[in-house]
Design a protein. Sequence first.
Lengths: 179, 712
Amino acid sequence: MMREKTISEEIYGLEPKIEKLKSLQIIQKYARNKGQRNSKTTEYFDMQWEAFAWAAIIGFHYDKRKPLTGGTTTHFKFSVINNNSTDIFYSLILFTVAQDGYEILGKPRSLVKSIEEYANGGFDIIFSILAEKGQDYFDYDQNFLQEVIDRKPKSFKNTKESSTNERLVDSGDGKGFSI
Amino acid sequence: MIIKNISLTNFKSYYHRNDFEFKKGLNIISGHEGSGKSNLFDGFMWLLFNKINGLGKNQRLDESNVSIVNDKIKNEFFIDNSSDKINCEVEIELTMPPSSSFAYSREFKVTRRKEISLNKDSNGKNFFDNTVWNNYGSELIVEWTDEKFNTKPFYDHNAEEELNKIFPEKIRKYIWFQGEQLNDLLDFDNKYTLGKAIEHISYLHAFEHMSNINEGIQELLVKKNQNLLKSHNKDKKNFDRLMSEIKIDEKTLESNKKKLSNAILELKGINEARKKQKNQLTILAGMPILQKEEGKLEGQLNTLKEHVSTLNDQERRKFVNLWMLKGTEGLFKKADSEIEKFITHRLSLAAENDKQLEEGTPGDALINKMLEKKRCIICDREAPENSDPYISIKSHLDSNKKLKTLDPHIELLNDRVRDIKSFPPRISNRIANIDKSILDFQENISSKTKERNAQNIKLKNIKEKIQDLINEKGEGILNMNPDNINATLTRLDNDAGIMNRRIPALKIDISELENSIKQRNESLNKLKDPGVKDFVEHKLTLYTTFLKTVIKEQTIKQRIDLIEKIENTANAIQSNIAEINNVVIVKVKIDRDDYSLSFVDSNGNPNPGHGAQNTLAKMSIINAIVKISSEMQNRAYPFIADAPTSDFGSQFTNRFIESISNTYEQSIIITKDLVEEVTKLKKMKYVSNVIEIKKDSENDVALSTNSITKIL
């Protein structure tokens, strides 16, 4: 009997979509293109997947899920994330499981979509941070750390139960997100 | 001088001892021909000259066969043979007043004797060989006694010398005079005859002596002078050498002083250059330190920067790999919960749906627990290892695997859950340490950053100092090479060392040269004076030369004066004698150069004259010489003459002897011309003593050549 693909194997070849307008700006601003360092810019991340993962994690942490709108683009496959950091790769899967339930493991595309949407939410949060603290806030390495330091541990309820109390919610008033 | 007596013993006509006593003044020995007058004169002659009458001018008695021994005594010996020895002896005693030679008047006794040994013939009779009458064996003894009764005898050669002091040889001839033998005794033809007399009686001999001494001195002085000249020349040479050396020294000194001055200046320049180089070195000494510090700081800073950069990289890596998961513990817990939820769900599905599974069959987890505890939990019984209960419990392992496959979707999920179910606890554990890890990292990076900042400040300060130095000393300081400066300084130190050695050496050289010049100048001063004219020897040479001239002039003058005086005195005596007889006399003329005697008339024209004139003239010369000699030398000699007047008449003879009595302190005139006038003479005032002798016929000896003399 042929073995079924693991979820990681299922999504290896998939490329997360990124909103062209906003998210890609963040990625391009804070991550080097294909690992090449640009001496003239302050790129905290060596690779684009890193910025994406960072945004996704923020999205998951703040439970900010935002469907992608407008034009999207892809720049890397999930295998790249796995190849560079298995923990991050599986963390994203696990976060999806945490947020969407274990059934998501049977739906790789949904899983990817979920990741994309949380990442998209994360990008929004990043934008709101930049909006709040200044566009150059993440020009300083320290502030990337500061961002994670500022995070507070959160407990998440079962997926069947609502966890909106801790979710970042786009107020829709254009002021960004608030926890 | 006064001759007191003469004794003749067995001498010629004097048989045994015969004594004649003389007095001061005129003594006349008168006797007829053959009475022994000339033998008496011979007695004097033999005694004083070791000569006797009848001998040639240059004939020595000891070389003649003339017998001086009395014939009678000889005959007596031949006949009687009474003795084998004959003593023939003449002795005079005389008195000499004190003189420059002796302080007290002396009594002299002069004795000449000849002791003749006779040989015996075969008959035992004495005989003698005439050859014995050479003067072989003649013995002269001179003995003096002074007022203090000091006495001293002289024999032979010493006696001859002593006799010469009494009767100087040069004047002796003029004391003894025998008219008949005048020309034999005094060879006036010989130009030196008068010359010698003149030399003796005058100071000419003194002048000559002085001249000899002077010449000797002059000779010595000349030699000395020559030596001095040589020495002077040597000194001159030394002087020139010293001058040359001084000039060289002075030149060297000047050169050395210039060198010293230059060396001092050069040293000063070197020291200034050294100071400058040292200053530069001091400045540069700061610069390298600063530059080194700068380099060090830059290195440290680079290291820190790299470190910080590495930390940043690490931070990014950590951030990307783990830290960015911070705060997601809840998500992992929820994911884990979802996984457990699924597992439970699946198990419940399995329990519900898998009927093949025996009721009460525990799961593997429980079975493993029972096996571990070795007890059946269900029945609560022990199940030791390998016991039946144990084996029974173990047989239920994997009973689930043996379950019939559930819904494929569930199994898919199950597979995928299994794929991810180990991550939540593992990552959660890691996340739990993120805070600390970040904190540590932050502290670390903060520390490194602070360190880097501090280093930056230090570096900035150093750079500012360097810049200050550059601003102060100019950009050139950056091009200064300490090695080059050190090399220059070493060279300058060497140069200074050379100068520091050279300067004292030059100072020593200068000091030595100055001393050398001083010493040479002192030596030069000692040599500077001696001009030849300043030599004492030179002055003495001039003096002796002058003296030589004076002596020569005085000698000539003295001689001429003396010759003139002799001429004048002799001619005066002649005139005095001649005026009695009113005879024409010939005047004597002595050549000024060679003392040759000539006769001139009253007008000065040559006139050889006849016998009596010549005799008178010659005797006058003799008298003049003796008289002048007595006057000049303050010493009176007796005049002893035999037959001085043989050529004269009686009146002329009287006049002559009177003249002689006035001329001489003592005179002994032996003559036959006054026999008839003896009585008269004895009364004459100018006659002190008249002794008559005659032939002693009784004692005449047959075959004898001589008669025996008898003193009346």
